[in-house]
Design a protein around this ligand. Sequence first.
Ligand code: IPE
Ligand code: IPE
Ligand code: MG
Ligand code: MG
Ligand code: MG
Length: 301
Amino acid sequence: LFTEIFANEKTLIEQRLSQLITEHPSLPYADLFTAARYSLLPSAKRIRPLLLLATLQAFGLPAEIGIDPACSIEMIHTYSLIHDDLPCMDNDDYRRGQPSLHKAFSESHALLTGDFLLTYAFEVLSQAPKLSDRQKIALVQTLAEYAGSNGMIGGQVIDLLSESQTIDWPTLELMHDLKTASLITASLEFGAIIADVSSDDRAILQSMGKKIGIAFQIIDDLLDVTSSFSEMGKLAGSDEHNKKATATSILGILPSCNKIKDLCSEIEKELKLLSRPAPILSSLIKQLTHFRLLKPQHPKS
Ligand code: IPE
Ligand code: IPE
Ligand code: MG
Ligand code: MG
Ligand code: MG
């Protein structure tokens, strides 16, 4: 499903990830590179890197200039999944169609591999070719902010604190915004920084990122109760088991589907406000906000 649009770009990203982290069999810590590749390289959607490259495409820039920044975001995302799966977090034994890193290696290895990917992402970003120093500093700052306390990490803290709690929709929305929309927004903002877009376009991309991210996390919550290992590459039912506050536990399935629909129509309107047509970005967003329950289910009223 996710391979059809921008398939070449996806291959470019995966090839570059594999180049950036190679095996080092002669090093005493060779396992670190093996473990990083184990988590980074299996089949995944790569939506964040693809959103970045699709933004560049809309503003007339070639993919090449965005590849390393895109890889740095995918590294941060992968580190977040490794840590998210740890027994002290969601305690999930499968990820990307295979045993989670702490199952295949060990908890301590999973912790350190996450640390490595987090740190290395910024090294890659600081050395990204063909960008000005001003752009690289802006990218480093943007990624640090979206991945940090007021971004993804803050969202993960709300997620943990909300286990077994009844939270309201605004709190859940804030959690989704921080834990999931942060890196998606960072991806679009990366495109804005690299393509040097106007402040108007940048504001639109930012607003779209938030909505795409929230819709994407609602879908992830829905899939946890409606999907399967073969579709997701991770085990379903984890959220219920952990008593997580999710879109389905707080809102229910049908209202969650309606939220997605509302967000999608707002995103579509915003896309049209951009100063350039963005057909690939538009198709990507449609694909990643598509949920099979959207079609067959309608409100009864
Ligand atoms: C999973 O992210 C975690 C969420 C933020 C929902 P993805 O659904 O993008 O996972 P991969 O990268 O394809 O494995
Ligand atoms: C993931 O949320 C958010 C992250 C920042 C990793 P989930 O915990 O719902 O993601 P999955 O379902 O394990 O992929
Ligand atoms: Mg989680
Ligand atoms: Mg999880
Ligand atoms: Mg989930």
